[in-house]
Design a protein around this ligand. Sequence first.
Ligand code: HSE
Length: 395
Amino acid sequence: MKKLNIALIGFGTAGRGFYEAWQQLGTARFNIHGVAVKNGEKKRNGLHLEATTDVLSLINDPAVDVVVEATGNVKDAKIWYEATIKNRQLFVTANKQLVAQLSGFGNQNLLYEASCGGALPIVRLLETCFPHGVSSIRGVLNGSTNYILTRIFVDGFSFNDGLLIAKEAGFVEADERLDLDGGDPATKLRILCRHAFGIRLLADDVAVFPLLGFNDVDVKFIRRNKLAVRYIATAALDEGKIVARVAPELVAEEHPFAKVLNEENAVSIIDKGGESYFFKAKGAGKQPTGTALFNDLEAWSQGFRYKKRKLAKAKSSPEISEVIVRTAVDFRDQLTAETIESWIEGGFRFYRLRCYLHELAHIAVVKSGEACVFVVGKEVSRQRFKPESVLSIEY
Ligand code: HSE
């Protein structure tokens, strides 16, 4: 049988990971025809051929059957993807932002398992294992932040030191805010919603709460109460609407999510029949991402394609029932029925208030699907408040 010819675009963490997976598992069936990179001058140890910087010429080489895109560059990747449609080539990508922007399904020559959950074959699972459909999906979908949380709560590191090591390990996005502010897991969640529910979520349909820092008081409180913080992406069907969010959540120490450590990712699914499932694997880094790219190639060779389906638009309803944050002041004494009433009259919904330390207090209110935290100062005035840290948000 003829070997499939691959054009590999990008030789960073994901590209090198793919290359090494191919060396280990795929040289008998696949040939790397060419590698394209941004900086042609850079020395790349272990690469057996000379890299080009002319990506389009490589893609348009008639010998190329498959383009493996591992750059994270959205604008250019769109152009490359379009070229592969014209050329009828398979396009395998780890580029979550590109995938989330595509308007729908239909291209049977597109696979993107590596865009969500690293080595976790979650897109393929959603495509094949739930014939009656899914009613909710919850996941730790960001390896970097889970790595940082593990360093803080298991090893006693500071947030910044945890971030530094995560960067060195190659888990963190070029723009680290995408990890820390939740954009990365939100994008992955939007991709998974296509496969779980056949629904297309836009960026604004997901309520995203950043993972802010934790101080010693937070860490002590969380440990003492046998809890763990996990940065969890959730999407659930609720009377035909999707409730989608990314938020830090407190989970009990024995909860399966609490046992998701380091750069691991995990997804828990409840199907339409009420059965629950839990999947876990390494979610970021060279080998998990490279393996996911390579596995797409294998799956496609064995006839696997994403189902053709028309995606419905989301009717989203981010309803929040509780937010736990740390604030610097205690305003509980000033919280009167009148105050709360005036907030409700002002169009705010009032949700459960929870305090976890005597000197700390918080209140969560929601208006137009947006969560805000308000602090009542000495004069019982209302002010929008950026919490020092969001410990947990529950819906
Ligand atoms: N920055 C991403 C993460 C890389 O930490 O999960 C893998 O998608």
